[in-house]
Design a protein. Structure first.
Ligand code: P1T
Length: 385
C-alpha cells in the first residue's frame, strides 16, 4: 500500500458488527466477562486497551511503517513513558534544541532520578561520539527542531547508536510521516505530539509512540497501561479522523510555509529566517535527502532590530495568525518561544542554543497564503509607526 492509501486505510477495517466505516467511539471504561478473567471479547478494561484506541494505534503503526503504535493522553506522557525505563547512573544524550516542555521534563521532573542528560548539537557527529560512554542508554532527537528548525541526519546518528547498542528515539512531530520516516532511517522509536499535525485541527491533546521491534512494543504497552496515561476513546477518534487528511494538509502547509519563508527572507525588518526549505539552511542537503516531499509548515525568524518589543508589537498586531501556544493545526498560529513554548528553559541556556528574545515562531496554516502574507506585512508595518 502506498502512503496516501495507508493514511486512509492503514490498519483499518469496517466495524465487523455494524459495517460502520469509521470505528465507533467505544465510550466505555470496562467490558463484561463471562467468567472471572474471561472477557466476552478482546477487551477487558479501557486503560489496558479500547477498540477506538486500537483503531488509532493500528493507523499510527501503519503510517510510520512500524509494528506497534501506542496512543497517550499527551506528547509529554508518551515521552515520560520512555524515560521510566532508566535508573540512576544511566545517561541520555538529547539534541540541544528541543520543545521547552521536553527540556523541562528531562531537567525538572527527572531532576532527582540520577539520570544524566547531555544536551548537544547532534549535527556535530564527533562531539556526539565523544559524549557516548558505557552508561549511555538512549539518544533523543527532534528533527526539525522546535523552534530553530535544525535538521539532524537520522541515518548517520542511527549508524552510531546501533554500533553502541543505544536506543534512538525521534520526535517526529514537526515533520510527520508524510515528510520523514525515522524508523526507515534506523530509529528504534518514533514519538509524536499527536496534538499537532496528526490530529491537525487544534481540538485534542494526544501523544504517540511507534516502534518496529515487537518485544519493545510489548514492553512499552505494559508501561503504558500500568502507568495509565492512555488516550480516551473520543480523543482517539479525533486523532484518527485528523490522520485521514494528513497528506493533503501537509502538502498545503509545505507550500504555504515555503512562500512565507521566502517573503520573510526578503523583508527589510527581518534578520534571520529558519526554515529547512531554504537553500541557506545549514543542512539543506540533509533536509532534501531526509524530507524529500517538502519541508514542513513551521518557520521561525528574528528581527533586524533584535528587539523583543518589536516581536511583541508584531505579534499583537496579527489578525489572521492567532497568538497561541501549539502548532500543526489548519489555522495559522504565532508564538514567542522565549515567553511561551520555551519559557521553561533557563534564559542562559536559551541564549546558548540561539533562542533569542525576538525569535518568532510561525505555524503556517492552510489558509490562502496571500492573506497570510498580507497579515504579516501589516503587522511589520506597525513597527514603523
Ligand atoms: O503538548 P503535548 O501533546 O504534550 O506535546 C509535547 C510536545 C512534544 N514534542 C514537540 C516537538 C512539541 O512541539 C510538543 C508540544 N509543543 C507545543 C505545545 C509548542 O507550542 O511548541
Amino acid at each position: 500500500m502506498k502512503f496516501n492509501t495507508k493514511i486512509i486505510h492503514g490498519g483499518q477495517q469496517v466495524d465487523q458488527e455494524t459495517g460502520a466505516v469509521m470505528p465507533p467511539i467505544f465510550q466505555t471504561s470496562t467490558f463484561a466477562q463471562t467468567s472471572p478473567g474471561k472477557p466476552m471479547g478482546d477487551y477487558g478494561y479501557s486503560r489496558t486497551s479500547n477498540p477506538t484506541r486500537t483503531a488509532l494505534e493500528n493507523a499510527l503503526a501503519s503510517i510510520e511503517n512500524g509494528n506497534r503504535g501506542l496512543a497517550f493522553s499527551s506528547g509529554m506522557a508518551a515521552t515520560d513513558c520512555l524515560l521510566r525505563d532508566y535508573k540512576a547512573g544511566d545517561e541520555i544524550i538529547a539534541m540541544d534544541d528541543l520543545y521547552g516542555g521536553t527540556y523541562r521534563l528531562f531537567t525538572k521532573v527527572y531532576k532527582n532520578s540520577g539520570i544524566k542528560f547531555h544536551f548537544i548539537d547532534m549535527n556535530d557527529l564527533e562531539k556526539f561520539k565523544s559524549t557516548i560512554n558505557e552508561n549511555t542508554k538512549m539518544v533523543w532527537i527532534e528533527t526539525p527542531t522546535n523552534p530553530l528548525m535544525k535538521v539532524v541526519d537520522i541515518e548517520a546518528i542511527s549508524k552510531i547508536t546501533k554500533k553502541h547498542n543505544l536506543l534512538l528515539a525521534v520526535d517526529n512531530t514537526f515533520a510527520t510521516p508524510y515528510l520523514q520516516k525515522p524508523l526507515e532511517l534506523g530509529a528504534d522509536i518514533v514519538m509524536h505530539s499527536a496534538t499537532k499535525y496528526l490530529s491537525g485541527h487544534s481540538d485534542v491533546i494526544a501523544g504517540a509512540l511507534i516502534v518496529k521491534d515487537e518485544d519493545l512494543g510489548k514492553h512499552l504497552h505494559f508501561q503504558q497501561f500500568a502507568t495509565g496515561a492512555t488516550l480516551g476513546p473520543m480523543d482517539s477518534f479525533l486523532v484518527l479522523r485528523g490522520i485521514k487528511t494528513l497528506h493533503l494538509r501537509m502538502q498545503r502547509h509545505c507550500e504555504n510555509a515555503t512562500k512565507v519563508a521566502e517573503f520573510l527572507v526578503n523583508h527589510p525588518a527581518v534578520e534571520n529566517v529558519y526554515y529547512p526549505g531554504l537553500k541557506s539552511h545549514p543542512n539543506f542537503e540533509i533536509c532534501q535527502k531526509q524530507m524529500p516531499k517538502g519541508f514542513g509548515g513551521m518557520v521561525s525568524f528574528t528581527f533586524k532590530s533584535g528587539l523583543k518589543q518589536d516581536a511583541i508589537t508584531f505579534l499583537e498586531n496579527l489578525k489572521i495568525f492567532t497568538l497561541a501556544e501549539s502548532l500543526g493545526g489548519v489555522e495559522s498560529l504565532a508564538n514567542l518561544p522565549s515567553m511561551m513554548s520555551h519559557a521553561s528553559i533557563p534564559e542562559e541556556i536559551r541564549r546558548e542554543v540561539g533562542i533569542s528574545d525576538d525569535l518568532v515562531r510561525l505555524s503556517v496554516g492552510i489558509e490562502d497564503v496571500e492573506d497570510l502574507i498580507e497579515d504579516l506585512e501589516k503587522a511589520f508595518d506597525k513597527l514603523r509607526r
